[in-house]
Design a protein. Structure first.
Length: 377
């Protein structure tokens, strides 16, 4: 049986080459990988927001793109909803008018009823006359979701829609999005940098690196069984450790693994976990500047073994004795002279950058709850 989405895309932007081949069923797929790997560009090519030089895209058996046959459906005929990172709500339209726009029909009693139904499903029926500037961040996210789903898409594409939200609100929205997906049966393809989102949201993860999909796997295989660490390493990006959460002497939480320990934020449940630290969240320390108190418990020192320039990003491989770390930095931050092989560097890992994932499946630990009322200052 063919996949619901079958995509083969070849595109080039400057010196960056996108070469992706993948398929997915009516499920929640997650595109996961470092910044600059081509995740957002892939979504735009699928949606028809960027003209593709070469490729073939099928959705539910319909041909959306076939460059050899000269077929290239415009975005409005692809039936792919898109929720942008900046949401792209119309500031001059009310909440109801924004959702009504997604209905794709002239204003009528039927389209108004449909728009109001979607506002009710995202618990915003009392806000239909407000404008986006009068909403909180979470409320804007929900309007953008309602607008996209009101169009009855055959697939929904989401480009890090919750990245600007704090943890509790992001978790609540994630639960609700999963509930809406189950109700509508609309498959989702979701771009995220958050490993917690990946594990709690997705059915399948697609690893992206340097413009290609390097692997695909069911999310439960990342969390269960003796081979889980091997699958995590398949990403080729990020710092993955296996250990346990314990309470420390101050009542806080620490993650301990054979090579040391890290202070973590929040109150994660004690017990065995995997920890993930994004390379771009690790801070190189300038020896001339005192270390911030929040970071002082998570400071390490190591020797740079390799420096790999990737566009505007430098990827460092650092041997800290207890383990090797991947660290990324942009064009500014640490003095350039310390980013050479053989140099010794000090670096710190913010407690909030340590994402811990229980060996139990996160989806089983989350209950679907109604949207919470959000205070707006």
């Amino acid at each position: 049986m063919n996949a619901w989405l079958e995509a083969s895309v070849r595109e080039q932007v400057g010196n960056f080459r996108l070469k992706v081949d993948f398929g997915m069923d009516r499920e929640i797929g997650v595109l996961f990988g470092p910044s600059g790997s081509g995740k957002s560009l892939t979504l735009r090519c699928l949606a028809g927001l960027r003209k593709v030089r070469e490729g073939r895209i099928l959705l539910g058996g319909r041909t959306l793109l076939d460059s050899r046959s000269g077929i290239c459906e415009p975005p409005q005929r692809r039936r792919m909803g898109f929720v942008f990172q900046d949401l792209a709500l119309f500031p001059h339209m009310t909440v109801l008018e924004n959702v009504l726009f997604g209905c794709g029909r002239p204003k009528s009693p039927q389209s108004l009823a449909k728009a109001r139904e979607w506002l009710s499903r995202v618990r915003l029926e009392a806000h239909e006359t407000r404008y986006p500037s009068q909403l909180s961040g979470g409320q804007k996210q929900r309007v953008a979701l309602a607008r996209a789903l009101a169009a009855e898409p055959e697939m929904l594409l989401l480009d890090e829609p919750f990245s600007a939200l704090d943890g509790p609100l992001r978790r609540n929205l994630r639960r609700q999005l999963r509930m809406l997906q189950a109700e509508t049966g609309t498959p989702l393809l979701y771009v995220t940098h958050q490993v917690e989102d990946l594990c709690a949201m997705g059915d399948r993860v697609l690893f992206m690196e340097k413009g290609t999909v390097s692997g695909s796997i069911r999310v439960e295989e990342l969390l269960e069984g003796t081979g889980r660490m091997r699958f995590w390493q398949m990403m080729g990006w990020g710092n993955i450790l296996e250990g346990e959460i314990r309470a420390d002497e101050t009542g806080g939480a620490v993650f301990r693994w054979p090579g040391g320990e890290l202070a973590v934020a929040g109150t994660p449940t004690a017990g065995p976990v995997m920890a993930f630290v994004r390379p771009d969240c690790i801070r190189l320390l300038d020896p001339r500047i005192p270390v911030d108190g929040e970071l002082s418990r998570n400071v390490f020192e190591g020797r740079i073994e390799e420096v790999i320039p990737e566009g505007a990003v430098l990827r460092l491989h650092v041997d800290a004795g207890c383990r090797h770390w991947q660290i990324e930095r942009g064009g500014s931050g640490a003095p350039p002279e310390i980013c050479r092989p053989g140099e010794t560097v000090r670096f710190a890992i913010p407690p909030r950058a340590v994402e811990t994932i229980s060996h139990r499946h996160p989806k089983e630990e989350e209950r679907v709850e109604p949207f919470t009322v959000e205070a707006r200052s």
